[in-house]
Design a protein around this ligand. Structure first.
Ligand SMILES: Nc1ncnc2c1ncn2[C@@H]1O[C@H](COP(=O)(O)OP(=O)(O)OP(=O)(O)O)[C@@H](O)[C@H]1O
Ligand SMILES: [Mg+2]
Length: 268
């Protein structure tokens, strides 16, 4: 657990980078995170921590991990246990440490090249301040030992208000072919600034359903940096349908190849 994980760090603390996907429903956020995972594994840029912030929790499935089957609990479940059921019984141990040790023990899936945690459905009712602050501190500690932390967001922007993470390196906003997608980009950028999430880069990516001939239009319409497009790939569809891990896609997969190019452009 803890000690073992810390020993992985090899003093690489300051190298950790946090990347987060965003976008409207079904634009391809989770697929993109799974393909980034594949990219970093193949590049040897490990260990990775994957954080699934979507209550629907499908990142695990896309990388071949069933957290529930492995007896792992979501962060929401652990927060409920820690703050609601136990109350203030663990005198002397700060809440952030309590939640952190629970995440290490029963929240975190640990694999050879990546670990995974899920935030889960619902946080405890009432005042969010204590759990949010504790969780933020716990996550800050937890994420230190990884090379990359890859965060998959739910659709919409509400999750930004929770500010589970206030320092990120890159935001990747994936757009679909719709008017609303352009509004999403502007709003996402604004909201992230408003809630004081510090990010170094805000990249826009065209999802697989955006026609190639619209790419120039995308570039013209947005103020943020356009990185390129994720190619359509029938195999991605098939793998997702049959619950097969996207990490097993062939390295000639068009979707994977486009993500590889996008990551290189973003200098990773
Ligand atoms: N590059 C691709 N080529 C072909 N199909 C794709 C590709 N990327 C995603 N898909 C299809 O689109 C569906 C939605 O993708 P994904 O789950 O990644 O979107 P999402 O933005 O995470 O959705 P949600 O908003 O529901 O979380 C997938 O189930 C898959 O079938
Ligand atoms: Mg998703």
């Amino acid at each position: 657990m803890h000690a073992n994980k810390n020993s992985r760090a090899h003093g690489k603390r300051s190298c950790m980078k946090k990347l987060i996907s965003m976008g409207r429903g079904g634009s391809g956020k989770t697929t993109f995170v799974a393909l980034m995972t594949k990219y970093f594994i193949e590049k040897g840029e490990t260990p990775l921590l994957l954080i699934d912030v979507d209550p629907d929790q499908n990142l695990g499935e896309m990388v071949g991990i069933d957290l529930k089957e492995m007896g792992k609990k979501t962060i929401s479940e652990l927060l409920t246990e820690t703050f609601k059921e136990e109350g203030g019984t663990t005198v002397g141990v700060p809440p952030s440490e309590r939640i952190e040790s629970k995440i290490w023990e029963v929240g975190l899936y640990e694999g050879a090249s990546f670990d995974l945690i899920a935030v889960g459905t619902k946080f405890i009712e009432g005042c969010y301040c204590l759990p949010d602050a504790a969780l933020k501190k716990a996550l800050e500690n937890l994420t230190k030992t990884y090379r990359y932390v890859l965060i998959d967001s739910p659709a919409g922007l509400e999750h930004l208000n929770r500010r589970i993470s206030t320092q990120v390196d890159d935001i990747f906003d994936i757009i679909d072919p719709s008017q609303k997608a352009f509004n999403h980009v502007e709003r996402a950028y604004k909201v992230a600034k408003e809630v004081k999430i510090h990010f170094k880069n805000f990249y826009v990516i065209a999802g697989n359903r955006v026609p190639r001939e619209l790419e120039a239009e995308v570039e013209k319409r947005i103020e943020q940096k356009y990185l390129g497009k994720i190619a359509y790939d029938k195999n991605v569809e098939n793998y997702v349908l049959s619950g097969k891990s996207l990490l097993e896609l062939s390295s000639s997969s068009p979707a994977y190849n486009s993500v590889r190019e996008l990551m290189k452009k973003a200098v990773h």
